[in-house]
Design a protein around this ligand. Structure first.
Ligand code: HEC
Ligand code: HEC
Length: 155
C-alpha cells in the first residue's frame, strides 16, 4: 500500500503539478467555497475541484440546465463566480489527465485505475448507489479527503 502511494506521489511530482492541490495522502486541500457547498452539494457530494481539469468544469457549468438529466441551473452571477473558482482550482498535469468522457470524474482513467479492484456488484449495493457517490466509501469526500487507508466499503 505504501509502495503504491509512493509510486503515485512520484508520478505527481514528475508531472510537475500532478494533483493540483493534493498532498501525498490522497487529500485535495482546496478551501471549500460556501457557494459551492450550497449550490453543488444538495444532490451529491461537493466534488473537489482538483478532480477534473478546467475544460470539464467549464463545460459542466455551461450546461447546468441539462445536468445529467436534471436541471441544476444557477443565478448568472453565482454561475460565473463558481465557474471562475472551479476552473482556477481545477486539476492539472498527468494525474488529472485530459477531460474524461461526459466530463465525469468516474470515467477518468485515474479513477478507473484506482478503483479497478471494486466489482460491479459492489458499486450497485443499495448502501453505495454507484461510483459517483464518493462519500459512501470516502467518509470525508466533501473535504477532499480520499486517503486510501481511511476507505471503508459499506456492506
Ligand atoms: C438537482 C440535482 C443536482 C444539482 C443541484 C447538481 N448536480 Fe451534479 N449531478 C446530478 C446528477 C443526478 C448526477 C449524475 C449522478 C450519477 O450518475 O450517479 C450529477 C453528476 C455530477 C458530476 C459527475 C459525477 C461523476 O459521475 O463523475 C459532476 C462533476 C457534477 N455533477 C457537478 C456538479 C456541480 C459543479 C454542481 C453545481 C453547479 C452540481 N453538480 C449540482 C445532480 C445534481
Ligand atoms: C465502493 C467504494 C468507493 C466509492 C463509491 C469511491 N471510492 Fe475512491 N477508493 C475506494 C477504494 C477501496 C480505494 C483504494 C484503492 C486502493 O488503493 O487499493 C479508493 C481510492 C481512491 C483514490 C486514491 C487515494 C489515494 O490515497 O491515492 C481517490 C483519489 C479516490 N478513490 C477518489 C474517489 C472519488 C472522487 C469518488 C467519487 C467520484 C470515489 N473515490 C468513490 C473506494 C471507493
Amino acid at each position: 500500500m505504501k509502495q503504491h502511494l509512493h509510486a503515485l506521489v512520484a508520478m505527481a511530482l514528475a508531472a510537475g503539478s500532478g494533483w493540483a492541490q493534493a498532498d501525498e495522502r490522497g487529500h485535495l486541500r482546496t478551501p471549500m467555497s460556501p457557494d459551492y457547498s450550497n449550490e453543488c452539494a444538495s444532490c451529491h457530494v461537493a466534488y473537489a475541484p482538483g478532480l477534473l481539469p478546467a475544460p470539464s468544469w467549464q463545460r459542466l457549468m455551461d450546461s447546468l440546465s441539462n445536468h445529467f438529466g436534471t436541471d441544476a441551473s444557477l443565478e448568472p452571477a453565482t454561475q460565473a463566480s463558481l465557474t471562475a473558482w472551479l476552473t482556477a482550482n481545477a486539476g492539472s498535469g498527468r494525474r488529472t489527465g485530459a477531460a474524461p468522457p461526459q466530463d465525469r470524474i468516474t470515467r477518468s482513467a485515474w479513477f478507473e485505475r484506482e478503483h479497478r479492484r471494486i466489482a460491479a456488484s459492489v458499486w450497485q449495493r443499495p448502501s453505495i448507489k454507484g461510483a459517483s457517490n464518493c462519500s459512501a466509501c470516502h467518509r470525508d469526500a466533501a473535504a477532499g479527503d480520499f486517503e486510501d487507508d481511511r476507505v471503508v466499503i459499506p456492506r
